[in-house]
Design a protein around this ligand. Structure first.
Ligand SMILES: C[C@H](N)C(=O)N[C@@H](CCC(=O)O)C(=O)O
Ligand SMILES: [Mg+2]
Length: 363
């Protein structure tokens, strides 16, 4: 099965409600779809969002990176040589992790198709059903409480509460949500870099003293402020998770050695795809560090790839934040992984199992 061509599309799916974090507000998923064609007629599908505020990647940069730097290296390559292909992708250029991720996802999809097996089985197997949290956007307190209660009523047992806007209001936001859902859901906070280290310690100690139990706090301070991450990690009981601070395996090793966080959030759009996500999971496992697997605003193609990794690496990926498809008004993808609110189930279809993408705009 040899690669003959790489084509692109744009997928637009409106969100159920605007997605609001300390970094941005978005009302739709708008992602580049990558289709890797082969001489056997098989097509591998990949996807990448333009999360410029986190990865630096835009729609234009994703397409340009693939068209001019990645694709020329891959035409003619045989899918059975998976490691050679991922090495070609990763060494094609610096950064551009979303572009690399989209292509890697499509390549792994084809690898599963080549061996007629769902991807997670080739990655080591596991239980094909996992449970995700759902994001509660940062907003007025009453709105966040209502959104949290509604999520619990929809069956979500884990809520990812976005904070990081205003420290005083953030504390009140979390207290109000905790009072409303207390024993019915675990609360994860994500400040998306919105606090200083001292603010984070103050907020978390205030919440801890008030008896609010939190599962973890994600990326309390600026991505580059690893000293700040360590400062917070050393001073609060709540486990601290690194998200924007770590992209690839080397950064993960540095962060673990610094003891700058307790947990790592792996995202394919930060790692440059599946090969590095697996490396990070293995490194974390060696150090005895737990991981979350997360997503950006992505539809079910790239999130499905993350689901396959999560299932195969369940020994170390113990927390799931793969709510992209649940945030969308509809699922434009036929086939593959089934997203049913908090429950995500992988079918027996080969690779990622994508059969069709509706309303895809060719670019
Ligand atoms: C969608 C997911 N739950 C999430 O919150 N992901 C990111 C932010 C993604 C984005 O801005 O597109 C995160 O910070 O964890
Ligand atoms: Mg985050």
């Amino acid at each position: 099965m040899k690669i003959t061509d790489i084509q692109f599309g744009m997928l637009r799916v409106p969100l159920k409600t605007p997605f609001k974090t300390a970094l941005r507000t978005v009302s739709k998923v708008e992602d580049i779809i990558v289709m890797v064609h082969t001489d056997t007629g098989n097509i591998g599908y990949g996807e990448a969002p333009a999360t410029a505020v986190i990865t630096g990647d835009t729609h234009g940069s994703i397409v340009d990176a693939i068209r001019h730097y990645i694709s020329p290296r891959l035409i003619g390559q045989d899918i059975s040589n998976l490691n050679r292909i991922t090495q070609l992708i990763q060494s094609s250029m610096e950064k551009n992790t979303s572009a690399k991720a989209a292509v890697e996802i499509a390549i792994y999809d084809l690898w599963g198709q080549l061996y007629n097996a769902p991807l997670y089985k080739l990655l080591g197997g596991g239980d094909p059903v996992i449970t995700t949290d759902i994001t509660i956007s940062v907003d007025y307190i009453d709105k966040m409480v209502a959104d949290s209660v509604s999520a619990v009523e929809r069956g979500f047992e884990s809520l990812k509460i976005k904070v990081g806007k205003d420290i005083g209001v953030d504390i009140e936001r979390v207290k109000a949500i905790y009072a409303a859902v207390e024993d019915r859901a675990l609360l994860r906070l994500d400040a998306n870099q919105g606090w200083t280290a001292k603010q984070a310690v103050y907020a978390l100690q205030t919440l801890e003293d008030a008896g609010v139990r939190l599962e973890l706090v994600e990326q309390p301070v600026k991505a580059r402020d690893l000293e700040g991450m360590r400062y917070v990690t050393e001073r609060v009981h709540t486990p601290v998770m690194a998200d924007e601070s770590v992209f690839g395996p080397m950064e993960v090793i540095d962060l673990i050695r610094m003891r700058a966080a307790d947990i790592i959030n792996i995202k394919l759009m930060k790692t440059g795809g599946i090969s590095n996500a697996i490396r990070i999971a293995d490194i974390a496992s060696m150090y005895g560090i737990e991981c979350m697997i997360g997503c950006m605003l992505e539809s079910s193609i790239s999130v499905s790839a993350a689901v396959h990794v999560a299932v195969a690496k369940a020994n170390v990926i113990t927390k799931i934040d793969l709510d992209g498809p649940s945030l969308c008004q509809f699922n434009p993808i036929d086939g593959g992984v089934i997203f049913n609110e908090s429950e995500i189930t992988i079918t027996d279809a080969p690779g990622l199992g994508v059969r069709e993408i509706r309303d895809l705009e060719r670019i």
